[in-house]
Design a protein around this ligand. Structure first.
Ligand code: TTP
Ligand code: MN
Ligand code: MN
Length: 366
C-alpha cells in the first residue's frame, strides 16, 4: 500500500520545450524501456509510434522524483495507453515483457548491428535482412555493393560504435578551430549537439562555423575540408552545399526537418593520448564529426537548431506552429500572422519571440 504522502501529483507541460530536462534522470528504468521501444519503432519505419514513445520517455525524464506507483502518473500528458502498459509492467515486474522480447528478437538485433554501420539506415538494413543478412560477417560474405560512406563505416565499425568522450570532442574542437583560423581569420567555431547540452559522451561531435561579417562564410567549407585533408585529419568526408537560397518552398518551411546549410559529414582520425593507447597499439581512433557553416544572420537559429535534443527541437517547432502560428527552422523564424521574418542574434531572443521561458542548453535534454 502506498500512503498519501508518497503519491506526488506532478504538474508538467505537454510541450518538452516548456520543461527543464537535465541529465539527471530519476526514472531511467522507465525511460530506458520506453526509449528502446521508440528506437525499435524508428528502426521499423514506424515514425508515429516512435514519436509517441519518445514523447512518453521525455515526459518521464522531466519528473523531479522517482515514480514508484501508477497513481503518481494521474493526469500527466504524453502517456498513451501503450506507454502506460509498459510503465506498469516495469513498476510491477521490474522489466517490461515487450522490451525483453524485442531485445531478444533476431530482427531487432540485426537492425541494431546493421544500422550501427555509418551510412546504413533502417531501409537498407531491412532490405539486407530480407536477403538473409543479419550481421557484419554475412554482409561481408554477401558481396553487397556498398557506397563510399558504408565502406568507411564498416571499416571503422568498432571505433564509431565506441562513445566519444568530452576530452576527445575538445581535442577535435581545437583541430577544427585551427583549420578555420588557417583559411579565414576571424571565423568562429561553436560546439553544438549533445556536448553543448553537457553530455559526457556522444555518438559524434557537432560544430557550427560562422564569420562575424555576413557573406565571408561563403565557400568556407571546401577550404576547411581541404586544410583538414592536407593535414591527414580526415578518413572520410562528404560535403553537401547550401541549398537554402535556391529552395522554392520558402526558407522557414523546409520540406523536412533537414536544414539546408552547407554541411560536412566526416570521420576524423584522432591521435590518442598516451593514456588511451590500447593493447592493439593503435595510436589513433575514428570519430564521427558533423561540420555546418551558417551565415552570421542565421547563426542564433542554427545554434538553437543544432543543440538539440532532437525531441526538444521537434517540440519547439510544434509549439511555434500550433501555439504561435509561427514557423521555426534552423535558418529563421517566420510569423505567419504578421507575415514577416523575426530577426534574432541570440537564442534568448528566439525563446522570447515564441513566448517561452528561456531554457539553457543543459536543460534541453528531453
Ligand atoms: P545529433 O548529433 O544526431 O544528436 P546529439 O548531438 O543530440 O546526440 P549524440 O550525442 O548522440 O550525437 O544531432 C544534433 C542536433 O543536430 C540535433 O538537435 C538535430 C540537429 N540536426 C539538424 O539540424 N539537421 C540534421 O540534418 C541532423 C542530422 C541533425
Ligand atoms: Mn551529436
Ligand atoms: Mn550530429
Amino acid at each position: 500500500q502506498i500512503s498519501e504522502a508518497e503519491v506526488a501529483l506532478f504538474s508538467v507541460s505537454s510541450y518538452a520545450c516548456q520543461r527543464r530536462t537535465t541529465l539527471d534522470n530519476h526514472n531511467s528504468n522507465l525511460t530506458d524501456a520506453l526509449s528502446l521501444l521508440a528506437e525499435n519503432a524508428e528502426l521499423n519505419n514506424e515514425d508515429g509510434r516512435g514519436v509517441a514513445f519518445r514523447r512518453a520517455a521525455a515526459l518521464m525524464k522531466a519528473l523531479p522524483t522517482q515514480v514508484i506507483s501508477m497513481s503518481q502518473l494521474r493526469g500527466l500528458p504524453c502517456l498513451g495507453e501503450h506507454s502506460l502498459r509498459v510503465i506498469k509492467d516495469v513498476l510491477e515486474n521490474g522489466v517490461s515483457s515487450e522490451v525483453e522480447s524485442t531485445k531478444q528478437s533476431k530482427r531487432y538485433k540485426a537492425l541494431k548491428i546493421l544500422t550501427g554501420i555509418f551510412g546504413v539506415g533502417a531501409k537498407t538494413a531491412d532490405r539486407w535482412i530480407r536477403e538473409g543478412i543479419y550481421n557484419l560477417e554475412q554482409l561481408r560474405d554477401s558481396g553487397q555493393t556498398l557506397n563510399r560512406a558504408q565502406k568507411s563505416g564498416l571499416e571503422h565499425y568498432d571505433d564509431l560504435n565506441e562513445p566519444v568522450t568530452k576530452a576527445e570532442a575538445d581535442a577535435i574542437g581545437e583541430i577544427v578551430q585551427k583549420a578555420v583560423d588557417s583559411v579565414l581569420t576571424g571565423s568562429q567555431v561553436a560546439l553544438t549537439g549533445g556536448f553543448r547540452r553537457g553530455k559526457l559522451t556522444g555518438h559524434d561531435v557537432d560544430f557550427l562555423i560562422t564569420h562575424p561579417e555576413e557573406g565571408k562564410e561563403v565557400g568556407l567549407m571546401p577550404k576547411v575540408v581541404a586544410w583538414l585533408e592536407s593535414q591527414g585529419f580526415l578518413l572520410y568526408q562528404k560535403t553537401t552545399r547550401n541549398s537554402y537560397l535556391e529552395s522554392k518552398d520558402g526558407p522557414a518551411r523546409p520540406a523536412s526537418n533537414m536544414d539546408r546549410f552547407e554541411r560536412c559529414f566526416s570521420i576524423f582520425k584522432l591521435t590518442k593520448g598516451k593514456e588511451q593507447e590500447t593493447a592493439s597499439h593503435k595510436i589513433w581512433r575514428a570519430v564521427r564529426v558533423d561540420l555546418v557553416v551558417s551565415p552570421i544572420s542565421q547563426f542564433a537559429f542554427a545554434v538553437l537548431g543544432w543543440t538539440g535534443s532532437k525531441l526538444f527541437e521537434r517540440e519547439l517547432r510544434r509549439w511555434a506552429g500550433h501555439e504561435k502560428n509561427m514557423s521555426l527552422s534552423s535558418h529563421a523564424l517566420f510569423d505567419n500572422t504578421q507575415n514577416k521574418y523575426l530577426r534574432a542574434t541570440s537564442e534568448e531572443e528566439i525563446f522570447a519571440y515564441l513566448g517561452l521561458e528561456y531554457i539553457p542548453p543543459s536543460e534541453r535534454n528531453a
